[in-house]
Design a protein around this ligand. Structure first.
Ligand code: ZN
Length: 137
């Protein structure tokens, strides 16, 4: 593995199961035990009903592109060689929207509403992050 020079996400107490799941190639979501709404690991309480009770469940890893931008500006020196690169908001089938990158196609092929599925990118020995690629079904 070549040395990864970009910032590496540091799991916190809430997000650790998410990153452990990514290492197993599972996209883990939090599911509210009160109302059943799904959310990402960014929120300690449910955005629908404010309950703090949740369980971790494996998500489908499927969704669609809700929005995207093509970055032409260098906001961090570590990303200079990637310009232009895409940053996409993926709406998961379970509901939450997740900021990620679309891989496996050119930036000019991206479309809002395009179906995508998760892929897992082991950026370091200890950290795997989810990205998404187009799916045809
Ligand atoms: Zn809830």
């Amino acid at each position: 593995m070549t040395e990864y020079k970009k910032p590496v996400p540091l799991p916190g107490p809430i997000s650790e199961p998410f990153f452990e799941g990514a290492k197993r190639h599972e996209l883990m979501l939090m599911r509210c035990l009160s109302c059943g709404a799904y959310r990402l690991a960014e929120r300690p309480s449910c955005p629908e009903c404010w309950s703090d009770d949740y369980e971790w469940v494996k998500g489908s890893g499927r969704g669609s592109i809700y929005s995207y931008v093509i970055m032409h500006q260098q906001l961090h020196p570590a990303f200079a060689d990637d310009i232009p690169y895409n940053v996409a908001v993926v709406e998961l089938e379970e509901g939450p929207r997740m900021v990620s990158n679309i891989v496996g196609c050119g930036n000019e092929e991206l479309r809002v509403g395009q179906p995508v599925e998760v892929v897992f990118d082991a950026i370091t020995e200890d950290c795997t992050i989810p990205r998404f690629r187009p799916r045809s079904d």
